[in-house]
Write a protein that binds this ligand. Structure first.
Ligand code: ZN
Length: 134
């Protein structure tokens, strides 16, 4: 199984993993045409695709989530104090699917893949599954 391991540094951050994912695919897989599933096996993290050119975009996404999902006011906070991270994880989602052509991820000009940490710092893993078109 191909995976990417990363160490997050903050409680909440969006980390651009586009180059690392593309490298893994180029080295390990030969696909003329197909698709790639990136899956985060976690309940307090997520993965998304958005603009990577202006760093304010990822900042705005975190600000939006912080404003709309405050910390410390949910029933799960009695247990673990990370209910906001679980809610943010579900809102963003734990996978993305990206088309592949000539072993290259078909991302738009401004699109980047972001790993979303909501309860770090932690060691995290992203699973990479690629499927060829017949
Ligand atoms: Zn929890």
């Amino acid at each position: 199984m191909i995976s990417l391991e990363i160490k997050t540094k903050k409680r909440e951050e969006l980390i651009d993993i586009t180059e690392e994912i593309q490298e893994k695919i180029k080295k390990r897989i030969k696909i003329k045409e197909g698709m790639c599933l990136l899956y985060v096996p976690s309940t307090t993290a997520a993965i998304t695709i958005n603009e990577g050119y202006d760093p304010r975009v990822k900042k705005d996404i975190l600000t939006f989530l912080k404003k709309n999902v405050p910390r410390g006011c949910w029933s799960h906070d009695i247990e673990e104090k990370n209910a906001d991270a679980h809610i943010k994880s579900s809102l963003i989602g734990c996978f993305v699917v990206i088309p592949i052509y000539n072993n290259s991820l078909q991302l738009g000009t401004w699109q980047r893949i972001f790993f979303c940490e909501f309860d770090g710092p932690r060691e995290r893993k992203i699973l990479i599954f690629c499927i060829k078109n017949e």
